[in-house]
Design a protein around this ligand. Structure first.
Ligand code: AMP
Length: 214
């Protein structure tokens, strides 16, 4: 089985070649076709199994196939970084990845940036606890397609109207078991409730037993 046989976008195949990935890992070979088919997934996977690419590649394939973003003239001045911005336009991401820690969120963001080398119109932004708010406002002002976030900080921005999930198409819960261990259940439920029911949902976890499966 090759990445090309999975039907991934040519720009992604090129990025994979540059990365030196010749073959999908087992979790990628199983998850990528299911996700491309639009199914919701619960995946049991360990760190190091290639799980990040297992959700990022099909998600980027989907985003790459969407029509290109609106013309620059239709982008509010504030998004172009010019003039005074009287009112902040909420970010309207198409994909959200929730991760338990800053480190994991940054790894996921780095992976997305690596695979979008040839798809520069797809922007990814990390929203993390501990990062200064003005910097995060600037990042959200770019209206990225993909947000990668730790749950607590994301809630802060949602509650102050900085993010609008009405266009969200894909939600990934990465290392869900760790997020539950860390007590993020209420935050996660609040975030999910703010997303459209039509979204595609993917849960990745070392275990699917007990409370995670539930
Ligand atoms: P992850 O499980 O997502 O943390 O990935 C573990 C490591 O495997 C990362 O350094 C990836 O860059 C790498 N990796 C992911 N997919 C592949 C692949 N198909 N072939 C070789 N390395 C890969």
């Amino acid at each position: 089985m090759t990445f090309a046989e999975l039907g991934l976008h040519p720009a992604l195949l090129e990025a994979l070649t540059v990365s030196g990935y010749t073959q999908p890992t087992p979790v990628q070979a199983q998850a990528i076709p299911a996700m491309l088919a639009g199914r919701d997934l619960m995946v049991s996977s360990q760190t190091g199994s290639g799980k990040t690419a297992a959700f990022m590649l099909p998600a980027l394939h989907h985003l790459a196939e969407l029509p290109p973003p609106a013309f620059d003239s239709q982008v509010p001045a504030q998004r172009k970084g010019r003039g005074k911005a009287p009112r902040f336009q909420p970010a309207t991401p198409k994909m959200l990845v929730l991760a338990p820690t800053r480190e994991l969120a940054l790894q996921v963001t780095a992976a997305a940036e690596k695979y979008t080398g040839k798809l520069r119109h797809i922007k990814t932004v990390a929203i993390l606890g501990g990062m200064p708010y003005p910097k995060q406002m600037e990042l959200l002002g770019r209206n990225p397609e993909i947000l990668v976030a730790t749950p607590g900080r994301l809630i802060d921005h949602m509650e102050s109207g900085k993010i609008d999930f009405s266009n969200l198409q894909m939600l990934v819960l990465d290392e869900a078991d760790r997020m539950l261990d860390m007590g993020f259940i209420d935050d996660i439920e609040k975030i999910i409730a703010a997303t459209p029911e039509t979204r595609q949902t993917m849960l990745f976890s070392a275990t699917l037993d007990g409370v995670v499966g539930e």
